[in-house]
Design a binder for this molecule. Structure first.
Ligand SMILES: Cc1c2[nH]c(c1CCC(=O)O)Cc1[nH]c(c(CCC(=O)O)c1C)Cc1[nH]c(c(CCC(=O)O)c1C)Cc1[nH]c(c(C)c1CCC(=O)O)C2
Length: 379
């Protein structure tokens, strides 16, 4: 267990995740260390101790393959802290730079990023499951992520907490069978409907790796965990319950149990089941996650009514608003703040999905500033 980290100076994220009141909403954005960050230059003087490589994501990417960056703890640390440096004092969390597809890699699959994910040898029939590694030792296969987390905690110097993450079993299963992104999910769904028992077994096998991986991330220094079920909304309510939910619950139960057994205080956990808004009251009751991440297809006040005060909420501005200029951003943020702050229960301001390339980093700054302004107002 890594220890002796610098004390945390900003605990808004952790407080909101526990449903406690905060002076204003904590804010971060999914994919905050990513392709919208340019090559060089800072508009604010970095408060966090300088690293040797003063260049942002796109510059680093010119010289390195995507997974090469993930596997190099110095580069992953550098990219993780870039948005924290750029938006010092405005942003309340960092998320470790990596990808959900490192689990399929740990299971022995080849994954390329060119520019989207591509699996040259996807799973075609349940027979192919035999090709996967039987016993995945995350301390070997994914040690690089643990090292990156520990290094990042030191580098952050307690400015903001560090979020660890993994992909949800259903979303990873879909990538492993489709061999990449998909519009219809025809292959992955054929598995669910044609081979339901084999599919459930594979989903649980992935979930076991997720548990080990998340526990290892906490030991390495992650202070909150998020599970990304990006393709949850591709399943009918019935199929989400049948195939995705059990593996999600297996993860929240497993992580908490293992940490408790090892005398480590469990950290808050967030579930982002994109598109599964039909399930949020059930998930609030039964999933075992502290926070539910929301996409933009649900009204904030409706979401709060559905979950009561059982969980904190995170989200949910449409990322495309960031392309529409400052007045549009301000209007959308104000409305979002009014919706989420009008009832009790923690709220973590965020987008409803990851930020996309081409957004002006100064408009991102404006998004943060508007969240500060409007979420601090008592309603
Ligand atoms: C589905 C998914 C993936 N990866 C992830 C998800 C779940 C969240 C979501 O739904 O957006 C999660 C992810 N991917 C990345 C992070 C890092 C932390 C962060 O800044 O949030 C996180 C948390 C970096 C990344 N992951 C990827 C990039 C871009 C790589 C590059 O072009 O250099 C980054 C910064 C590549 C990636 N990785 C993936 C795709 C589909 C792609 C290509 C298209 C895209 O960028 O959206 C799979």
């Amino acid at each position: 267990m890594a220890s002796n980290f610098p004390p945390l100076k900003n605990d808004r994220l952790l407080k909101a995740a526990r449903g406690e009141e905060t002076d204003r909403a904590p804010v971060w954005i999914m994919r905050q260390a990513g392709r919208y960050l340019p090559g060089m230059g800072y508009s604010v003087k970095p408060r966090i101790q300088d690293l040797s490589r003063l260049s942002e994501f796109r510059k680093v990417r010119e010289d390195h393959e995507f997974f090469e960056i993930c596997r190099d703890p110095s580069l992953a640390t550098e990219i993780t802290v870039q948005p924290i440096r750029r938006y010092t004092g405005l942003i309340d969390a960092s998320i470790i730079f990596s990808d959900i597809l490192v689990i399929p890699q740990a299971l022995g699959m080849e994954v390329l990023m060119n520019p989207g994910p591509h699996f040259p040898d996807p799973l075609v029939t349940p027979e192919d499951v035999k090709k996967l590694k039987k016993d995945v030792d995350v301390n070997v296969e994914l040690k690089y992520m643990f090292d990156a987390i520990t290094k990042t905690r030191m580098e952050l110097n307690g400015e903001v907490p560090l979020i660890g993450f993994c992909g949800a079993p259903w979303t990873l299963f879909a990538y492993m069978i489709e061999g990449g992104g998909s519009k219809t999910f025809q292959k992955a769904k054929t598995w669910l409907f044609k081979y339901p028992e084999e599919s459930k077994a594979l989903l649980m096998r992935i979930a076991d790796v997720c548990v080990d991986f998340l526990v290892g991330q906490v030991k390495a220094g992650a202070q909150l965990l998020q599970v990304f079920d990006s393709w949850a909304g591709e399943l009918s309510p019935h199929d989400f319950q049948e195939f995705s939910f059990p593996s999600l619950r297996h993860i929240s139960d497993g992580v908490r149990k293992r940490l408790t057994e090892e005398n480590i205080t469990p950290v808050p956990m967030t579930l982002f089941a994109k598109g599964a808004n039909h399930a949020i009251s059930f998930l609030a009751e039964r999933s075992g996650y502290d926070t539910l991440g929301l996409d933009w297809c649900i009204d904030p006040a409706d979401a709060r009514r559905l979950v009561g005060t059982k969980v904190a909420l995170q989200g949910n501005m449409d990322p495309n608003v960031l392309y529409a200029g400052k007045p549009a951003i301000e209007k959308a943020v104000k409305r979002m703040c009014e919706g989420f702050r009008s009832a009790k229960g923690g709220w973590i301001a965020n987008l409803g999905h990851g930020i996309t390339p081409g957004v002006d980093p100064e408009d991102v700054r404006w998004f943060f500033e508007c969240v500060h302004k409007y979420s601090a107002q008592k309603l």
